[in-house]
Write a protein that binds this ligand. Structure first.
Ligand SMILES: NC(=O)c1ccc[n+]([C@@H]2O[C@H](COP(=O)([O-])OP(=O)(O)OC[C@H]3O[C@@H](n4cnc5c(N)ncnc54)[C@H](OP(=O)(O)O)[C@@H]3O)[C@@H](O)[C@H]2O)c1
Length: 313
């Protein structure tokens, strides 16, 4: 039987010269209407989640200018201004037109909303191959040289595009934020081994598959908001996901944990991986942080890996 230890044991991952908590907080939900959490969530719950995260030694917060069209960054800035030195804030540039002067302007806007002079990690939200790579990363170079940004990162880049971006930038882009979970394992094939061998970090987004791996959704109980209409919450997918969700629940019982916690523990078994689950309540945040204390056995890791691979076929 798994023995729970106290919650103050947070794991950290080397990020350049910094250490970031392997459990971060994703904040797309903050101020974003599409999640359907309402104004009370944006006004108070979101800030409570951040304050509690800090108390639990979480120091990595991920946001983006796109989330709630700046609302998420504003909430993060308001909640954490007094504790700025204790947190490592990552935000993202929405690169529809990735021209260096525009990027500098947008970084300034993000920093202002975040109430900070320096952005710890500035990420290109996705690649934009309509523009040359020099154009996409040129803005990052300027921001790094000026010290407006401490680290540059990418998101949704393939391994080869990530490597090319570094070559063009002529310095490391420490992290790539990609979709990674028990049922979205593609980054584990080539990207993850390269990241481990080269001191890079993979930031796993949607680690709970937007709540699916929490195990409480079914044909009769679908989430509200945009998720209801996404492929992972379609009738067909919910039926196909049953064997995985069933085993996830069984395994969770062995660890006196929840399916969501096991899903995060599965990712946290991987070196150089940081998870950034979103949360709809403070208690979810607490549960997610607790997942870093679960030491999943190799057998359970492999079994879930197999089931997840089956589902993604
Ligand atoms: N770079 C990118 O392109 C990109 C794309 C997507 C996301 N992201 C980032 O990654 C973060 C996380 O991804 P995500 O928000 O898409 O999905 P996620 O973290 O997989 O799922 C978050 C949702 O799962 C449910 N949940 C959270 N903790 C739970 C728990 N302990 N037990 C049961 N259910 C739980 C909550 O929804 P309910 O309670 O309502 O079910 C919550 O809103 C985002 O906030 C954002 O920062 C980045």
């Amino acid at each position: 039987m798994y023995e729970r230890r106290s919650i103050d044991i947070m794991r950290f991952v080397k990020f350049g010269d910094d250490l970031i908590s392997s459990n971060g907080v994703g904040t797309w939900q903050f101020g974003s209407k599409e999640w359907g959490y309402g104004s009370g969530y944006a006004r108070s719950t979101a800030k409570d989640i951040l304050r509690r995260a800090l108390e639990l030694n979480v120091n990595f917060i991920d946001t983006a200018e796109l989330y709630g069209f700046g609302a998420s960054e504003r909430i993060v800035g308001d909640a954490l201004e007094t504790d700025r030195s204790k947190v490592f804030i990552a935000t993202k540039y929405f690169p529809v037109v990735p021209l260096p002067p525009l990027m500098a302007e947008r970084a300034y806007g993000s920093a202002k909303r975040l109430r900070t002079d320096i952005i710890d990690l500035y990420q290109l939200h996705f690649p934009n191959p309509a523009f040359p790579l020099e154009c996409q990363v040129g803005g990052l170079r300027r921001l790094l040289d000026r010290g407006t940004v401490r680290y540059g990162g990418v998101s949704n880049f393939s391994l080869s595009y990530w490597q090319s971006a570094e070559t063009v930038l002529r310095r490391p882009l420490i992290s790539n934020q990609v979709h990674l979970s028990i049922i979205s394992q593609k980054p584990l094939l080539e990207m993850h081994p390269w990241a481990v061998a080269n001191d890079r970090v993979i930031i796993a987004y949607s680690p709970l598959e937007q709540g699916l791996l929490g195990g409480r959704y079914s044909l009769d109980n679908k989430p509200h908001g945009f998720r209801r209409y996404t492929s992972h919450f379609s009738n067909e997918y919910l039926v196909r996901a049953r064997p995985l969700l069933f085993r996830l629940t069984e395994i969770a019982k062995l660890y006196v944990a929840t399916p969501a916690q096991i899903s995060l523990a599965w990712l946290l078994k991987l070196p150089n991986v940081v998870v950034i689950p979103g949360a709809s309540s403070v208690s979810q945040l607490e549960k997610n942080v607790e997942a870093s204390e679960i030491d999943l056995t190799d057998e359970h890791f492999e079994e879930l890996k197999e089931l997840g691979n089956e589902l993604s076929k």
